[in-house]
Ligand binder design. Structure first.
Ligand code: XMP
Length: 519
């Protein structure tokens, strides 16, 4: 019987901060399960969650405005330890009859925090009187609620941290969840593990044990189908299902012919070879090329690739009439986005990015064993399940694959050229230690010709663009500042080793205004 690793848990109430998911990840890193609920969640939903501790996130609003977001007043009567961060602290102050005002100066970035006390254990183990913290606020608490005490100040915020000496209610004006607050993890640990009394049962091994027993219970002796893409999420779902139900799992791997060099073979080697999973590889490269013929517009290409994918997948799926479940690699951030954390407990299912709409076509119930996990947790359990690092730590790859990296119409010879150029770029990045430092890197095929000279002969061939970006969330990105000598080395290799290329460029655009992909 698997341990009940959800016996101890933290609830995070979201007031819309850009850091809310980061708070959740920090709590999980401390070995404790947590979920994010909207501030609109009903009192019953909050009470029923049965948390050991509640964290109120930051947020963009001001508590001074009428109708500003707050938790239900009765949450303060539950007797559950409560930590408010930034806006969360201000909302505690306001609800408990303290005072919040616009600060004289907006505090953004690094600040020195002066500790006055250990704050009933919140600052336990931090022996410094002064520490660096990360601030991002315009309002601040100007008067404490009754019986509260100040435990830290900054030059701009006389009440930068407060606590109630007996009620286990705490507030921090700064953000302990960001790495710019070096002692932040310790503070969160004090709250989560000591003050809230959570044990730390949330670790890879326990997560796997729990998932395996849940899958077995859900599926029984029925058969499950999974679309394998070669990406991290579907790979981990495959490994997990294989551990839980072995031969009851069938995977379909649609090879659209637009994958990276040798990627299809690697997927087969790992899952069919190493894991012994029943994987059907649908070699549909020709069909994709046929359907894409004459299509130049990026959106049209995406649509065709999506539609052909579904056609191929369904054709394969319908061969197996015993299938009763469809597995998907939905992860927790997908669930949060879909539900918009609007009503807290809603687990709305998002069709997987690259397998859009499959459940409705197949009319099968969906099993989503990763739906409670963040990406870093998915990777950790992938390692524990024995998946290769190359799969788990690979840069993201778009569903339409090289289809959106060959500009305009896709032709068979272009695919090979791009695969080879991309492979040279990526292997050099790996060799020189840059692969892990950049968030995503790839080559792009430009169907224009440029003159070059190789040896004594003129070469009039295609152009390859290299793209490497640094980003946290892929919503904004900066071109990676790779050393010139490195780029020269890659360019030389590409032009020397691929006769169809005469020129290599490096893309230095940021997102926005450019996007990461070229199409
Ligand atoms: P953009 O080009 O929008 O890319 O800046 C942001 C991130 O999304 C990936 N991307 C896609 N992923 N299907 C996907 O599964 C797509 O159609 C798609 N388009 C872009 C891109 O690789 C980057 O990581």
């Amino acid at each position: 019987m698997a341990q009940n690793i959800l016996a101890d848990k933290i609830l995070i109430i979201d007031f819309g901060s850009q850091y809310t998911q980061l708070i959740a990840r920090r709590v999980r890193e401390l070995g404790v399960y947590c979920e994010i609920y909207s501030h609109r969640a009903s009192f019953k939903a909050i009470k029923d969650f049965n948390a050991n501790g509640i964290i109120l996130s930051g947020g963009p609003e001001t508590v001074k405005q009428k109708g500003s977001p707050k938790v239900h007043d009765k949450v303060f009567e539950l007797g559950i330890p409560l930590l408010g961060i930034c806006y969360g602290m201000q909302s505690i102050a306001k609800q408990l009859k303290g005072k919040v005002e616009l600060a004289n100066k907006r505090e953004f970035g690094h600040a020195d925090l002066f500790l006055k006390s250990q704050g009933s254990g919140l600052f336990k183990g931090i022996n410094k009187k002064k520490m660096s913290v990360w601030m991002s606020h315009g309002d601040h608490v100007s008067k404490l609620p009754k019986d509260f005490k100040v435990c830290a100040t900054t030059n701009n915020s006389p009440i930068a941290a407060f606590h109630h000496p007996t009620k286990k209610i705490f507030g921090l004006q700064f953000h302990p969840e960001v790495t710019h607050t070096p002692q932040g993890k310790k503070i969160l640990k004090n709250f989560v593990r000591d003050i809230s009394g959570c044990k730390g049962l949330w670790n890879s091994k326990n997560i796997i044990d729990r998932a395996v027993s849940e899958i077995r219970e859900q599926v029984g002796d029925q058969e499950v189908l999974l679309g394998l893409s070669g990406g991290v999420d579907s790979a981990v779902v495959a490994a997990l299902l294989s551990k839980a139900i072995g031969n009851q799992l069938t995977c379909i791997f649609v090879d659209n012919g637009l994958l990276r060099l040798n990627e299809g073979d690697q997927v087969m080697e790992t899952f069919k070879g190493k894991f012994g999973i029943k994987v059907k590889r649908a070699n549909a490269g020709n069909q994709f090329l046929r359907d894409l013929k004459g299509k130049k517009d990026p959106e049209q290409k995406r649509k065709v690739i999506g539609k052909t994918f579904i056609d191929v997948f369904l054709k394969e799926a319908k061969r197996n009439t015993k299938i009763q479940w469809l597995a998907q690699g939905t992860i927790y951030p997908d669930v949060i986005e879909s539900a918009g954390t609007k009503n807290g407990s809603a687990h709305v299912i998002k069709s997987h990015h690259n397998v859009g709409g499959l459940p409705s076509y197949l009319n099968l119930p969906v099993i989503e064993p990763l739906k409670d996990l963040f990406k870093d947790e998915v990777r950790k359990i992938g390692l524990e399940l024995g998946l290769p690092k190359e799969i788990l730590f690979r840069h993201p790859f778009p569903g339409p694959g090289l289809g959106v990296r060959i500009l305009g119409e896709i032709k068979r010879p272009y695919i090979k050229i791009l695969q080879l150029a991309d492979d040279i770029f990526i292997s050099e990045l790996v060799k020189d230690g840059y692969y892990e430092k950049v968030s995503q890197a790839f080559a792009v095929f430009l169907p224009v010709k440029s003159v070059g000279v190789v040896g004594d002969s003129r070469r009039y061939k295609y152009v390859i663009a290299l793209r490497a970006v640094e980003t946290i969330d892929f919503m904004t990105a900066k071109s990676a500042k790779l050393p010139h000598t490195f780029l020269e080395k890659v360019s030389n290799r590409i032009i020397n080793e691929i006769p169809e290329v005469s020129r290599v460029t490096y893309d230095i655009s940021s997102k926005p205004p450019a996007t990461i992909e070229w199409e």
